[in-house]
Ligand binder design. Sequence first.
Ligand code: ADP
Length: 745
Amino acid sequence: MNMNNKSPPKSIGVLTSGGDAQGMNAAVRAVVRTALHQGAAVYAIYEGYQGMVDGGERIRLQSWDDVGSILHRGGTIIGTARCAAFRERAGRLRAAHNLLRHGIDRLVIIGGDGSLTGADTFRREWPGLLAELLESGQIDEQTARAHPALMIAGLVGSIDNDMVGTDMTIGADSALHRIVEAIDAIASTAASHQRSFVVEVMGRHCGYLALMSAIAGGTDYVLIPESPPPEGWEEQMCGLLRQGRIAGRRDSIVVVAEGAQDRAGNPISCDYVRQVLQERLDEDTRVTILGHVQRGGTPSSFDRWMSTLLGFAAVQEVLSATPDSEPQLIGIRQNRIQRVPLMQCVEQTRAVAQMIGEQNYARAMELRGGSFTEMFDVFKAIAEASPSVTATTRPRRLAIIHAGGLAPGMNSAVRAAVRFGRDRGLTLLGVRGSFEGLLAGRIEELTWGDVEGWTGLGGCELGTNRHIPSVEELYAVARAIETHQIEGLLVIGGWMAYKAAYQLHCERDRYPAFKIPIICLPATIDNNLPGSELSVGADSALNAIVGALDRVKQSAMAAKRCFVVETMGRYCGYLALMSGLAGGAERVYLHEEGVTLKDLQAEVEHMVDAFHTGRRLYLTIRNERANAQYTTDFMCALFEEEGRGLFDVRRSVLGHFQQGGNPSPYDRILATRLAAHCISFLSEQLASGSADGAFIGLVEGKVTLVPLGRMSEMVDWTHFRPKEQWWLELRPVVQTMAQSIATEA
Ligand code: ADP
């Protein structure tokens, strides 16, 4: 043994296998760049396991630039395939031999449960395969000794979101985007003709896409495999659709998961649903099967940043693995990266399919997890909310008010609150024009039909602005609450909404009218509110920013160009950091970190080096308030001057573009979920005679309520942001994706 020799770099292989999914490219890019950053050699294995079995040109060493400009592309640039040969030991023997030619004994597999099972079989057989290769003289003893084990990490690439062990699979969010775009389009044509539509969505045994698109699309009925409808569902469905029509609904849409079945296990086809609607409602009914459209198109911003995090973590996993390590699935749970034993996830995933097959639906729902069941209940409550509930006693009166900047998804929240609230026998009042509207008495009752079609509507139908009551106006606010007999308040909005609610809460001893239950629902693109890891609107804004970055990047193809893009967020860097992750920025500037001249100098040097070595585009993202002196204009001038003609510099201030557009599926779902909980909170408060205040949010994936009185201790009032911000820990990932170091490994 040569004691002087440094150990050779570790070699990692990455492949995509099984069905393709949007976001796989982001994961491949992250694997390659993280590996290079860690000094490992990294190979892309083209065409899934087929490439591993074939070897040769299909296993290629990757450099930094090989995975440049792929974030926005759908599918997988390294190809995927189904490979029969890999199912046989002989195929896996060839695959092992091909990997060993490059010293690869660490693999990141991006695929579905089939691909991950194949990987695990391969791993278990590895020592036996090596022994056979050694015996037949295809490898030497040194090679066999150097690679005693295969270490693997799995990422789930599947639009179906069907894997236990991760809250989201790569591609599911983008597929949801495609489906919801289609449902929005169908809704407008259906409304024009007062038609009914039956829409079939993918998902095999999993009803995730169907359920979530039904919520986000505001449809009337959904059929999912895990929870077949009760006996006589046909009449129930027709009854709901009939009631909706009477209340003024013009489009009727039923979403059917491809694996939908009845309680006896018989498949429910779209055609059957169409027939039922046509016969019983005498309505012109059309079927749309969305098919492969759902796999296509550009990945959503979530699929880009989540897949980047997963790829980053998978490399850490395989590089730190030892021959005895249990293989892990790297997934996302409650917005955090999580490792779970791979085969445990595969087995539980198969168990769900088996439970459905055995008609053990309760267990299947249980295995899908708490939030799936919760969302199914929310959907049913909203869909089955009767348009014409008449309360027997005097209905309690709740008002809904917005404040703060516009956030896509505000309308979705109002719709859900109204439908949910009316179903509970409450009267829902909408305040038009924020607190100014309250003072001016612009308050009206909202009926079931009034909020029809609001789920996917951008903007804010009730109106919102940043004006909140001054101390002098509090008396008038109290009067307005009394005059309109408002017994509870749902405040949907951003920082100003929270501030106003907190103010009312603090002044309740002085103004008895404020002694009513008040709840705040976070809705701001800035994502700067306490008590919630995500606010409604932030995902839509991120998608808007990432879409803009794609265009900006394309426009730069003609010349060598540096772009400085400024995002909103006030003092909160969430949009800047996450769009940097999802959009592939070289550098992100946040107020939380501050900006120094030294930083700018280091960046200029890095930029100049990059352009000298052939780069054509350099992207810097800057939060609007990252630094009061080093403004976007200042940075552009500095870069231009120091670039000395080597490249152009352009600024792009995205501005209100980020607040516009229709809400993303995620924002619609989040808004609906939180609004349902808000109504429950308020009606419970009313029922028990208490008048507590709270703000609601998602904390580690769970809906959580925090007493309003705690707001002060949780926020940084000067900078309008929470003291704790979970996403700040993702900063090293941006740096890893951007720093080009020795690529010759
Ligand atoms: P997915 O990974 O999306 O579930 P498949 O089940 O089609 O898709 O699997 C993709 C590929 O993974 C297969 O074509 C095959 O090469 C490999 N594979 C799947 N299951 C196994 C298995 N049990 N043993 C070995 N290889 C497998």
